[in-house]
Design a protein around this ligand. Structure first.
Ligand code: FEO
Length: 185
């Protein structure tokens, strides 16, 4: 019976993750889902501005955040750790302009980066190198997340958030399609 149990555990990849790390990843899973809501609320606000491209872009942000959550959930399942789905506060629904939406987005992504970095610190402390490997994906992803929002913000400021420039940026963002980066590794 013991042999059967050991084989079962090995097949399930069960190697008892550190409890603090499990708790911290659960917190992050829920924050990724909360981030999806943050972007969905932004997308809904943008739909009132007639900026279809930005609306499309923020809808894809929503999809990306859910994919980030799912990647963590799959990892926890693979390691035999228990996922805990929790609730969170209402997201912000009102903004003064598209510029403010982008500024809030950038601040949000910087906050996500801090959280991922903290998780990485815990994974190193408990010497969970499998988790370190997973978290490296998120570290790299955050570079792209921040850079994408920063670029948009710079472009908006460049055209002073108006006229043909704004029209062209919006048109360009309408071309963006969701590509699940979490499926690539
Ligand atoms: Fe899941 Fe936008 O970071």
């Amino acid at each position: 019976l013991i042999t059967v149990l050991i084989v079962y555990c090995k097949q399930r990849g069960v190697d008892m993750m550190n409890k603090n790390l499990v708790d911290a990843i659960n917190t992050q899973i829920n924050y990724e889902i909360e981030s999806a809501h943050v972007y969905l609320a932004m997308q809904s606000y943008i739909s009132t501005l007639g900026l279809d491209g930005f609306e499309n872009w923020f809808g894809i942000q929503f999809e990306e955040e859910l994919a980030h959550a799912r990647k963590f959930i799959k990892y926890m399942n693979d390691r035999g750790a228990r996922v805990e789905i929790r609730g969170f506060e209402d997201p912000r629904n009102e903004f003064s302009s598209i510029l403010e939406v982008l500024e809030v987005s950038l601040a949000h992504e910087k906050g996500v980066t801090d959280r991922i970095n903290n998780l990485m610190t815990i994974a190193h402390e408990v010497k969970d190198y499998a988790a370190v490997s997973l978290l490296q994906w998120y570290v790299d992803e955050q570079v792209e997340e921040e850079s994408g929002v920063q670029t948009l913000l710079d472009q908006l400021k460049m055209v002073e958030v108006k006229g043909n420039g704004l029209f062209m940026i919006d048109k360009d963002l309408g071309q963006r399609v969701f590509v699940d980066a979490t499926a690539q590794k």
